[in-house]
Design a protein around this ligand. Sequence first.
Ligand code: PLP
Length: 437
Amino acid sequence: MNATNAELFARAQAAIPGGVNSPVRAFRSVGGTPRFLVSAKGAYVTDAEGRDYVDLVAGWGPAILGHADPRVVEAVQDAAARGLSFGSSTPAETELAELVEARVAPVEQLRLVSTGTEATMSAIRLARGFTGRDLLVKFAGHYHGHSDGLLAEAGSGLATFALPGSAGVPADIAALTLVVPYNDLDALAAVFAEHGDRIAAVIVEAAAANMGVVPPAPGFNRALVELAHANGALVISDEVLTGFRVSASGWWGREARHEASAYTPDLMTFGKVIGGGMPVAALGGRAEIMQRLAPLGPVYQAGTLSGNPVAVAAGIATLRGADAEVYAKLDAAAETISEATSAALAAEGVAHRVQRAGNLFSFVFGEALATAEVRDYATVLRQESWRYAPFFHAMLDQGVSLPPSVFEAWFVTAAHDDAAIARIVDALPAAARAAAA
Ligand code: PLP
């Protein structure tokens, strides 16, 4: 008899803080027992009790081809058979850099790291080293990993020097981060007017998806780049989540199609899809800036596992596999699932709004938010977030695994076929009833 999820969670809690290696996995915001997964294939994950679930987490984004895609698994097995880690350069690292540079024009050079946190942390150091300035601007509700200066939340008012956002972050470090409401160019201009000559960079999620999905207002990214450049600051566009997911060239590529919205960030960060489920992330951008990194320049950055050959093999296979047909499937699945969910909620009288950024989507609940654009964190926080837990558990009970928090995007894969989508659609009425209660 296999151990149950509850038994595994109890054991994990004794051995691991909170029983998890990343907090949201603990189900704190929805309650109940996290599922301990033992395998995943296509659109499905299977837990230790042998139950399978249609998965809308997709490893928090990387699995665009579906879990354990044979092309990716084979590439990983081949690479592993040739050695797990060399601590030396490999041809494959250049191949991955070239693949990214061919798709995302602002990336003239790329440096591989292992996590999104490392990518943004290194990009900020590089921006500071390049500009010789020390302040960083971020937007409230945007997540860029867990490095000290980036956990800062917004204080009250137009923009404030940030509070740390986590115990253990020295106030002096947090004070180097200025937090501004998202999609608010006036607030950003005010910050530049006051501190412009000290601001090294503005870091921004290309489309916000870590407070639920909150897309940038039309032209926002472009205006933000213009404002930063007018003040001698760089822009770091964080595409850890959106990169190679919302299009072959990420969110940047979607906006580059239209002259009115096209923008050129100085640095960009990637993660998730670029590693196809293995630990690969990257920072890239203008060669003039990238060449300030060691060994060419004075900005130090390094990693034992950076460009790991097994991980890079997964990234290359994933990017190569993600052709136009894959993106068409992701878009179609996102459309069908978000519309069906919205219809089910409406049928039960649950006021809500669908938030979309390409094939990323999520829902905000409540009458007040249903009727107006949701453009910032303060608005997102005003929703009836308590409706999500019963909705989530009703879906889980029917074999559909959603992100265990209302503040996360739902992730589809190209393996979400008619059968997987039918299971989701069939589960929705009961979940919507639970949300209505
Ligand atoms: N930046 C964004 C936009 C993210 O969504 C994330 C993770 O969700 C990160 C950075 C941090 O990446 P990692 O969890 O790989 O450190």
